[in-house]
Design a protein. Structure first.
Length: 285
């Protein structure tokens, strides 16, 4: 699984399609500097990325790293058609089957957690709606032939739709199900950030015991549900302190903190200063 921090979103560089005859092989390549997304429509590709073997049958895809060698592990056994998409990102990314380190969630940018997010793409998988994915790929090829700026803009948008479909359609490995639970819990907390935290309600909504939800969030985000909620509330408060003239006490209420003193204490622990000092620092001039 690949974890991408965005923005910036990954951007399409070039795409195409190939048909290999029976006994055909993919070229050997090393460190091409771009992600290589392979989507097979018929037949099967037998690939290897260094020591990792990848069998890609029709209706499936595989994502190859930009910094490793890849090659055919075996020739095609039948005529094989596939699309290839080269893309890259200017943001950070890494391959993972572990929880991201909690330090990654402590950025320096004042509004980082509001504007940035992580999304995951499986290394490989089977598409539940292959025809829809093929349609996006045909659109990409058609737009690629038009050098106009509007077509190039549309091309990047279609590429983002393709990535979203890969994420939505692909079946994640069972070991990564904790990510789904953690993200659903995080979404629940963001929806109810003004309410007093209620583990019972969260458990009933997610259909998992609160202790298990907490374990999933610790693994995915490096924090408990309460810590995540507090962090989210503080980030919302930071935006309101900068963008509005609301009194600090009112902001404490709007962001779900029960009391003014609790808000000041949580804010100071996370930001290292008081809400008023923070407002003065970022609204000078």
């Amino acid at each position: 699984m690949f974890r991408f921090i965005s923005p910036p979103l990954p951007h399409l560089i070039y795409c195409g399609e190939d048909t290999y005859p029976a006994s055909g092989r993919h070229s050997d390549r090393s460190g091409i500097g771009v992600f290589d997304l392979l989507i097979v429509t018929r037949g099967c590709l037998y690939m290897a990325e260094e020591s990792v073997s990848l069998e890609i049958p029709a209706g499936s895809f595989a994502l190859l790293r930009p910094d490793r060698a890849h090659r055919s592990a075996a020739p095609c056994r039948e005529e094989t058609h596939f699309y290839w998409v080269h893309f890259q990102t200017l943001g950070s990314w890494h391959e993972t089957d572990q929880a991201p380190a909690s330090a990654e969630l402590r950025p320096d940018d004042v509004l980082y957690e509001i504007h940035r997010f992580a999304f995951y793409l499986p290394r490989s998988g089977k598409l539940s709606s292959p025809d829809a994915a093929y349609d996006w790929l045909r659109q990409l090829l058609a737009l690629q032939a038009d050098a106009g700026s509007s077509s190039q803009w549309r091309r990047q948008l279609v590429f983002q739709e393709l990535l979203m479909r890969l994420q939505a359609d692909a079946t994640l490995p069972e070991r990564d199900s904790y990510l789904t639970i953690a993200e659903e819990a995080a979404a629940f907390l963001r929806r109810h950030y003004r309410d007093a935290i209620n583990y019972k309600s969260m458990s009933e909504t997610l259909h998992f015991h609160a202790n298990y939800v907490s374990l999933c969030m610790k693994r995915a985000f490096g924090c408990t549900p309460l810590q995540y909620l507090t962090r989210y509330r503080v980030e919302l408060a930071k935006r309101l302190l900068i963008d509005t003239n609301e009194p600090v006490g009112r902001i404490a209420e709007e962001t779900g903190f029960g009391t003014f003193s609790y808000f000041v204490r949580c804010f100071g622990r996370q930001v290292g200063t008081t809400p008023r000092s923070f407002r003065m620092r970022y609204r000078q001039g």
